[in-house]
Ligand binder design. Sequence first.
Ligand code: C5P
Length: 211
Amino acid sequence: MIPVIAIDGPAASGKGTLARRIAAHYGLRHLDTGLTYRAVAHALVAAGKPLDDDAEAVAVAARLDLSAMDRAVLAAHTVGEAASKVAVMPAVRRALVERQRQFAETPPGAVLDGRDIGTVVFPEATAKLYVTASPEVRAKRRYHEILAGGGEADEAVILADIERRDARDMGRADSPLRPAEDAHLLDTSDMTIETAFQAARATIDRALERH
Ligand code: C5P
């Protein structure tokens, strides 16, 4: 079986940066599965369709080109909010999970980051990490990211958004955000990206030896 590394965690936990580093280090393909939900939400809005139109959302999911998702467009805060609404619909999840599995099963293997990779998409993943940080630390990181990009933001508003998105992602009936029982927990609140990467690497190296 080819290696699949599952990285889950809440918004702004640092899982995306970590996933990209891990994929580069091990020579694996990388898929940010959050982008797949964002792309579906963005397409619905662009077509003037309501976010709970699950037939249209499933059709968009089925024809989505995973290699052409535009991170710059999909990164918008409003798209993230819309994505978490689209992501509560089981039919949409089924369609996107199928696409995500196909991506990961293509050699040489992949790193997938999201909310349900270790619990639903790949319960048999080679290694599973659950990356967290306190809501306050996540809000601060996001705030500094926006300032560094030349934007303006209010840290208290970002914190409220993060807490609302956590509640929606953890509270939904289908595939709620939670650590898999066999996931390695990585709390990055007091870690630099380098420290987090070294900790992740130690876990993944051990898992690959057993693989
Ligand atoms: O990670 P990102 O912020 O891009 O994800 C956007 C939204 O997509 C999340 O808030 C969540 O509702 C949804 N999502 C999901 N399952 C995944 C990845 C993302 O439900 N595997």
